[in-house]
Design a binder for this molecule. Sequence first.
Ligand SMILES: [Zn+2]
Length: 138
Amino acid sequence: MRGFLERLQWKLAAWMQGRNGVDGLSNFLMGVGIILILASIVPGLDLLSWFALVFLLVAVLRSFSKNISARSKENEAFERVAEKPKRWFALRHKMWTNRKTTRYFTCKGCGTVLSVPRGKGTLRVVCPKCKTETMKKS
Ligand SMILES: [Zn+2]
């Protein structure tokens, strides 16, 4: 059994040679497809499973595609669009994990998210971006 699985793995690796493989865009399309499948369980939303099928099919076909330059161009465009939301989620995650040690607030001058350590009294904060000064209770 183990030899069979190893041979299968080698064959798959050889078959994937020269193909695009899974990239960020494919992963995203897979995720959307899976969410649509789960949503299609809700009565009245069963048509969503067809959209899910399209998303999953495109994700799989992209991974097996041999036109790597076209696929990587698509992936680059996707990464450019996805950069801002990714950063937003990363910041929310950081704020959540540091919520006990750090207080976060937005600069009144430019909207940049700033942070001060908690429990240090009232601090004078100078925004590194626009130099706006604020007094902040930490
Ligand atoms: Zn600022």
